[in-house]
Ligand binder design. Sequence first.
Ligand code: BES
Ligand code: ZN
Ligand code: ZN
Length: 481
Amino acid sequence: MDIQFVAQIDASADVVAFPVRKGEASALGALLGAAAKQARFEGAAGAIAETAAIDGEQAKRLLLVGIGEGSVHDLERAGASLVARLQTSGVTKVHVDFASAGQTDEDDVLAFAMGAKLRNWRIDTYRTRLADNAKSTLQTVVIASPAGDLSARWGSYSAVADGVALTQTLVAEPPNIVYPETFVDRCQHLADLGVELEVLDERQMKALGMGALLGVAQGSTRPPRLLAMRWNGGTPGDAPVVFIGKGVTFDTGGISIKPAAGMDMMKWDMGGAGAVAGAIKAIAGRKAKANVVGVVGLVENMPDGNAMRPGDIVTTMSGQTVEVLNTDAEGRLVLCDAITWAQKAYDPKIIVDLATLTGAMVISLGHEYAGIFANDDKLAADLIAAGEGSNNKLWRFPLSPAYDKLIDSPIADIKNVGPREGGSITAAQFLKRFVGEGVAWAHLDIAGMAWADKDGAVYGKGATGYGVRLLDRYIADNHEG
Ligand code: BES
Ligand code: ZN
Ligand code: ZN
């Protein structure tokens, strides 16, 4: 979908949308005012009312789109709502008349456009019998505003939306299509944006001693990968910020197998890795002035004659041994080796990991906030602020030695599960044991956020792309000079 910015509405436009602030519907002309009244439209963010008009020979479709109080989030929601309404409606082009909406500034117009572009993502790859009237038709959104041509500024927004779309696609694709090797294939195009890619295969990971990650992978016929994506947009030689993602392309639980009902959902157990890849795409796409690396550990967790058993002890790349009491607590096993490797490879001062790590997090926070655990108050505060700004919200949880004790093993250095209580916290404590002295680290448990059963403000139900805008905003606000 193409988004264009112009100064004046085109008089011949046949589909026109008018943004309306909450409470200002009464100021509309007779026709639009009547349409608002009939639909009980009051301008709430994302609300829509429609009517038709004849202009000479031409029939026009007119839409009122509520922009609420006019906050950035409201404008995003409004743009998204308009696209959701028109996407498969037969309309190919819509004109948005901001010119008549009063004091809307550039950022507001761009936010509306961002919502429109984000909401346009969908995956129709596997629908070979889609009825004509269910196919996407909307191709162009023309936005007329007093700011005129915003295409120079739009480039950065558009790059971020492209990053979100990559994540959504990776998360939505089925597990027989996106698995460790093909996840890597899907990221190769980042090289065109100037991202340096490095891929480790099984043999190399063995040589490095990544016994935990390889332990998870050994039950699958699909070989694991570790993918590093490096963007050098900052001062040469400055240590990069490192993002690390859990990339379990399918989580059956392994020998500690999950119940059958709903197991298909575990195709999105690579949502952390997907978010990291999407964030690197966003950051490189808008040529961010920062050094950032994304590292993703990619495995499939399957039960098999060669799979890990509950009770097995594996040796991690850090040298610490882990007693694997539950093979379904595999994410932390993948992440711990990725964290160790990333510290060796890049010597970062800041690490942020993202993972669909625990069901307990979904019980705690539902689908509104992801959990954040951090050993550094400033990093936590910066990420929480970036989350508020990008509507990828975070809520902080505690870490403490008392929780850490719960994962001491009687036979190895650590066990991979604690008691049921505080399950998200003990998972975070596990990861903390692999973070070096002096490294500011945050762990984001996004188990409740990667996928949605109902439509959100800027996405339809399904893959949300959670994390991309959060990480991008965090870099923009804290690491670009
Ligand atoms: N991938 C799951 C966590 C998950 C569950 C994400 C539901 C999204 C929705 C993770 O690998 C897992 O299975 N964790 C176990 C840990 C337990 C065995 C300590 C869990 O949460 O049940
Ligand atoms: Zn699991
Ligand atoms: Zn998992």
